[in-house]
Design a protein around this ligand. Structure first.
Ligand code: B12
Length: 450
């Protein structure tokens, strides 16, 4: 449970030395309780008090890790129930399920579809981060051969070993331990052996129980065994109950500050429906509330596009606009005579405008200056989009070397910039485009015809 200001005050040296920057130890204690200052600011605190405070002031949901090297991921560490309260921090990761009872054809099909999901959207690489590998055969050798196959073919995905048999788990971990797998399947019966194995290799341990109450007791038992790198899951089997479980776990951790359930959660959407569109819909639900690992039966490019875009939108800081990279972008087979349009680096604007340019089927260039990640008018009103910033982008991205044209189309909303830009870019002509991107296809067709 969280400590109050008075609880913290009792742990302080009460010297009122002011070295922490506050006039009294009591004022410092109150700020510590609000999380507005770090305990390390007090130079005279005893080691014991430091340990108690760091435990008590740590976020109620633990941040845990899995993976290795550049494929290492954090889960959990969330501090709010709703994104607009502050921000969500560690995005959920998607997993595709492979079982050692599947046919070779099915496995190879999944591997091929999963590997095709590999693209960049707003500076983020999109791919499936986890290969969930389930032992259904009960046969160690069969399972190891599945792990090897998937590991060799899906280089980007970290394995998640799913078994409740500690002996098979141990062999499976040996097969892929260098990639920092998740070990899933600690339950009431096997938890001692599974904890020992997870501890030995520092693995994230997936804990599973039939319902919330049993899960709570099991986590307490595992914490008493000295292990806290956990990922929680219930086996309820229905969408309603699973949703309830995941939401309650988050609420118990954050609102009641009960750290027994202060861990990220895993949801097998593939167990809730066999229909792939339904699984997609459920996955979107659990991206928002509140799973940290979401297991699907399968994925392909068309399923990934909405799912990954949603995740990206939810897991960005609402106080910071999403930006695209500045530069000169080619749309279609634009050449040195194609139209040149300028817009801003606010991702929403860029995607609307580039979509309309594509729709026009007129190959074009888009120039993105540094506009602070703001919309056209916001950037103009804050002085970030100006004759100078546009002229700078023309120079920085060597537009005069790549294009013969000396004409640039600007958004209608900033028609007022025309004279400024022409002053900054001698020999250039500024053409004022329409106010709305939806009018761009007609505008571009007329412009290209003249
Ligand atoms: Co503001 N803000 N804002 N703002 N903001 C507004 C833009 C507006 C219009 C509100 C108002 O007063 N009516 C004013 C600007 C008034 C003016 O000068 N004419 C305004 C102001 C004054 C400000 C502040 C200066 C306020 C202040 O601090 N005093 C600050 C500036 C920031 C700072 O540095 N302090 C400010 C701040 C903000 C925040 C809250 C931060 C957000 C910014 C979010 C962001 O931009 N990333 C903000 C918003 C959201 C808005 C708001 C409500 C929406 C802007 C938006 O997102 N538009 C507008 C009001 C409004 O527009 N309804 C005010 C959507 C995008 C997609 O539109 O970029 O213009 P867009 O793109 C469209 C077109 O321009 C066109 O197509 C797009 C789709 O149609 N287009 C084209 C785009 N590129 C191109 C290219 C070509 C070639 C062509 C032809 C067309």
């Amino acid at each position: 449970m969280a400590l109050t200001g008075m609880d913290i005050y009792k742990l302080l040296p009460k010297k009122n030395c002011k070295e922490c920057g506050f006039p009294t130890c009591l004022a410092f204690a109150m700020k510590l309780a609000q999380g507005a200052v770090e305990a390390t600011k007090c130079p005279y605190m005893s080691d014991d008090a430091k340990a108690r405070l760091s435990e008590a002031t740590a976020p109620p949901m633990r941040t845990v890790k899995f993976g290795a090297g550049d494929k290492c991921y954090n889960l959990g560490g969330e501090t709010v129930l709703f994104r607009h309260e502050k921000t969500f921090v560690n995005k959920p990761r998607f997993a595709v399920l492979f079982s050692d009872a599947m046919s070779e054809e099915e496995i190879q099909g999944k591997i091929a579809r999963m590997n095709k999901v590999d693209y960049v959207r707003i500076n983020e690489e999109m791919y499936v981060e986890i290969a969930a590998l389930k032992c259904e055969s009960g046969n160690k050798e069969t399972f190891l051969s599945l792990i090897k196959k998937v590991k060799d073919s899906c280089k980007k995905a970290v394995p998640m070993i799913i078994t409740s048999n500690p002996e098979i788990a141990r062999a499976a971990v040996e097969e892929c331990k260098e990639s920092g797998p998740i070990l899933f399947g600690a339950d009431e019966q096997n938890c001692e052996a599974m904890v020992e194995l997870a501890k030995q290799h520092g693995l994230l341990l997936g804990v599973t129980a039939p319902d919330q109450e049993k899960l709570y007791n099991l986590v307490q038992k595992i914490q008493n065994l000295g292990y806290r790198e956990l990922l929680l899951s219930t086996e309820s089997g229905t969408l309603k109950q699973t949703f309830d479980d995941v939401v309650n776990i988050r609420r118990t951790a954050l609102l009641s500050q009960d750290r027994t359930l202060g861990y990220p959660t895993l949801v097998f959407v593939n167990r809730l429906s066999k229909d792939k569109m339904m699984q997609l819909a459920m996955a979107t639900l659990f991206v928002e509330k509140y799973a940290s690992v979401i297991v699907l039966d399968d994925i392909d490019y068309s399923l990934a596009l909405p799912l990954f875009a949603l995740r990206q939108n939810i897991y960005t800081d609402p106080q910071r606009p999403m930006k695209v990279e500045q530069g000169l972008y080619k749309i279609g087979s634009a050449d040195e005579n194609s139209p040149l349009l300028v817009t801003v680096d606010f991702a929403l604007t860029y995607f609307i405008v580039s979509g309309e340019v594509e729709r026009s089927k007129i190959p074009s260039w888009m120039l993105i200056p540094d506009a602070g990640g703001y919309s056209v008018l916001t950037a103009w009103a804050s002085g970030k989009l100006s004759g100078k910033s546009i002229a700078k982008a023309v120079k920085d991205f060597a537009v005069e070397e790549k294009l013969k044209t000396r004409e640039i189309v600007i958004p209608g909303k900033v028609a007022v910039l025309k004279a400024d830009i022409e002053d900054e870019l001698p020999g250039w002509k500024v053409v004022v485009g329409p106010d709305e991107a939806a009018l761009l296809p007609k505008f571009l067709r007329d412009y290209a015809d003249k």
